[in-house]
Design a protein around this ligand. Structure first.
Ligand SMILES: Nc1ncnc2c1ncn2[C@@H]1O[C@H](COP(=O)(O)OP(=O)(O)OP(=O)(O)O)[C@@H](O)[C@H]1O
Ligand SMILES: [Mg+2]
Length: 340
């Protein structure tokens, strides 16, 4: 049976940025993450991906809505349950250098979480675990006594991954873990994450700003625009049959390896200015940049609706095709089972 490890229901995270100003970083998103899958979250800089990830991890308090981990409300966890949550849910970051202490030896960085959660046993057992983790991420046991500055970007990310694995997590929120790396190294890290997922039954939320990066690792992909999910679908459907004009524009920026196909395909542009996230207005947030916008788009915010089985888009173009699905259908609430 599909177990929803994480359920996000009507989540809002607003930041107060001035006396009478709020930044609606995440503005009513609902989705779930099944145990063992990878949910990709994609969108331009500032659309709210990191805020969404951090709120799911309980780092930020939700303004409205709720995040459930194994059915427990993340914002209300206390004591033993909270400790279990902080062990089971880990994060890896875009810039491993900033998140790894430069004064600590790599072995100590990796062991830190294990010690904090009483998982290390005696010194010898701890050292063996560190070596096993280094091997699991493609580094050698001898790297244990070195410092982070002695490693390349890709190796640092491997250290960051080993550190998060050390506490035997279930869910890892990967916040642009490969964006700062060379393209050749990016593929290696994605492959490593996929291997680890298979070996250890991990669940990932994988954040990226570019659709090409999440394609191979994601089972499903959510596209965010200005605090909203505008499209969410299994990867195959999203890449082969993108519905939202914004998704199509993002996809048309991804190069196709075949030059003939590349030359022949339709280009979608992202024209115009982005709506201000502080003041999105009443219509569709993408309206001002959309080539296909009609009158209704400026007036009424489109709801996320099911446009084909398991494929949800928030766009007035697809109103007619929709079934009875509202924004919650299959995305929040009880296991809908319709996102296939
Ligand atoms: N602590 C904060 N205080 C005020 N505003 C914030 C805060 N954190 C994020 N924001 C704002 O919320 C919006 C979403 O930011 P967020 O960092 O979540 O976006 P992102 O999609 O992760 O972007 P990037 O791709 O650049 O990492 C942005 O407009 C940002 O300026
Ligand atoms: Mg971010």
């Amino acid at each position: 049976m599909d177990e929803h490890l994480l359920e996000v229901r009507h989540l809002k995270k607003y930041f107060r940025t001035g006396k009478n100003q709020v930044q609606k970083a995440v503005d009513d998103v609902s989705f779930y993450v099944r145990k063992g899958e990878t949910l990709g979250i994609v969108g331009e800089s500032g659309c709210g991906k990191t805020t969404c990830g951090r709120t799911c991890m309980g780092i930020y308090e939700a303004t409205e809505g709720e995040v459930l981990y194994k059915g427990m409300r993340v914002g209300s966890l206390r004591g033993k349950e909270k400790r279990r949550f902080t062990k089971e849910v880990q994060m890896i970051f875009q810039d491993p250098y900033a998140s790894l202490d430069p004064r600590m030896k790599v072995g100590d960085i990796i062991a830190e979480g294990m010690l904090a959660h009483n998982m290390a046993g005696n010194g010898r057992e701890c050292m063996e675990k560190v070596e096993e983790l280094l091997a699991a991420v493609g580094l050698s046991g001898g790297h244990r006594d070195r410092y982070v500055h002695e490693f390349s970007g890709g190796q640092r990310q491997r250290i960051g991954i080993a550190r998060s694995l050390a506490v035997e997590p279930e869910l890892i929120v990967c916040d642009e873990p490969i964006s700062a790396l060379d393209v050749s190294v990016q593929a290696q890290i994605v492959n490593l994450l996929m291997t680890l997922q298979e070996e250890r039954g991990l669940t990932y939320m994988f954040i990226a700003h570019d659709l090409s990066m999440v394609r191979y690792i994601s089972d499903r992909v959510a596209v965010m625009y200005l605090g909203k999910i505008v499209e969410i679908a299994p990867s195959g459907l999203l890449y082969n049959n993108p519905k939202h004009p914004y998704t199509r524009a993002l996809l048309s920026a991804v190069p196709i390896p075949d030059p003939k196909a590349q030359a022949e395909r339709k280009r979608f542009s992202l024209r115009g200015e982005r709506t201000s996230p502080a003041n999105p207005g009443s219509g569709c947030r993408f309206c001002g940049r959309c080539d296909e916008a009609t009158d209704i788009c400026a007036q009424e915010e489109p709801m996320l609706r099911e446009v084909e089985k398991g494929h949800f888009a928030a766009c007035h173009l697809y109103k007619e095709e929709s079934a009875s699905a509202g924004p919650d259908n299959g995305q929040a609430g009880a296991k809908g089972g319709n996102a296939g």
